[in-house]
Design a protein around this ligand. Sequence first.
Ligand code: GLY
Length: 379
Amino acid sequence: MLNFLKENEKQWVENVYRKLESKIEKECGRIGEKIPYIAENGRYRNDMGESNIAWWTNGFWGGLLWQLYHAAGKPLYMQKAVQVEERLDRALNGYENLDHDVGFMWMPTAVANYRLTGNHDSLVRGLHAANILAGRFNLRGNYIRAWNGDRTGWMIVDCLMNLSLLYWAAEETKDPRFDVIAERHADTVLEKILRPDGSCNHIAILNPMTGELEALPAGQGFAEGSAWSRGQAWAVYGFAISYAHTKEQKYLDAAKRAAHFFIAGAALTGYLPLCDFRAPEVPVYYDSTAGACAVCGLLEIAKHVPELEKALYEQSALKMLMAMEERFCNWNEEEDGILGMGKAAYHEEGEERQVPIIYGDYFFAEAVLRLMEKDFFIW
Ligand code: GLY
């Protein structure tokens, strides 16, 4: 257990972990070979392996299972995680629908498998994915292109999380090109997406021939100039990851700046993060997935700052995790989905929809395991 935790907090963490592991074991039986995304009315009905194999969230169920395999050692979790990884081959080989989110898809599946078991097929999958990501780099603008179609100049804050695939590939192949691409992209996010006050844009549209900034649209947040909380969480954790791999102080400083804005925003609503920290007072939309990801980022930052600075990140992470557990978690083992009140985007079909989303459960589990020092650093 992390040593900042008090005795009653340790007991709380252990209790949450027991419930989490027990519920995921039950979910394994119900989910079978499906790739889950959103639980509706207590069930992951849709199989993303059938409906959209290239969807960016398709690696998180595998990642959650690898985390639990690493912590609990049950072969069931490995077997199910490998099934997901093998199904994703259709996306990898299909190529066309892939975008920058190959990091989210293959870090928690193939690369996690390779790191834990040394499986050679998984190494190859990871390196294929890394080359696809590196191939999206725009040399003029120094950014990794996010999406496909005519959006050649679009870069997004989320991609900071995908950079871990490049850091891993550089380490694995001893080829520094991957590191350079990752760092150049991170630098462009610092320059064009992270604002001086620590908040960030979701999207920056650059001229793909000159790299000049053309627009900063709202993306999945409320409006232009607002502060979409999941994008903010990607910045907190993503910059911390870039620091962990490069030890460049500017990335740790950026992670801290984004974290301070996140903590201040979440504190206004009892440490239950809103979907956008700059949205109108009503309607109230939360996004627990942003909270869970930010908690992991805050705990990562705490690993790298001097003793005197740790408490801000550790205590805020704990407060947020405890608040979300109390208010948003569903521990009914007969229903799928643990962390409720996730929101995919501020404006979406079925606008008021607040649901458990697979990446919320993934980051919630990673956060609990981090507190127990039983996590496996996937990123
Ligand atoms: N990467 C897309 C999202 O956070 O919704």
